[in-house]
Design a protein around this ligand. Structure first.
Ligand SMILES: [Zn+2]
Length: 91
């Protein structure tokens, strides 16, 4: 998970399992708790990231659908269809 030290602002990718790891820069302890105060488990961080990525993909799909309805050259249309099918495979 991505951590940011609230003392010195250093941010780094933390792969350990401690709830209060030590900042590599200033050696102060950093909370890995989320806004609601619950500890963030690594699987939860991965689920959050996947949910975010799916959200981004869904937004792109919406943009592609809008583009499709506008007048664009034929070769762009087929490219948009390919992209849409690729995104649908992921979703
Ligand atoms: Zn620090």
């Amino acid at each position: 998970m991505r951590l940011t030290c609230n003392k010195c602002g250093y941010d780094w990718e933390y792969k350990g399992k401690l709830l209060r790891p030590t900042c590599p820069s200033c050696k102060s302890t950093v909370n890995t708790k989320n806004r609601t105060g619950e500890p963030i488990s690594e699987p939860q961080a991965l689920i959050d990231e996947a949910t975010h990525l799916i959200g981004v993909a869904a937004q792109r799909l919406t943009v592609l659908n809008e583009l499709h309805n506008k007048i664009v050259p034929e070769h762009i249309h087929s490219k948009i269809d390919e992209l849409r099918n690729d995104i649908k495979k992921i979703l």
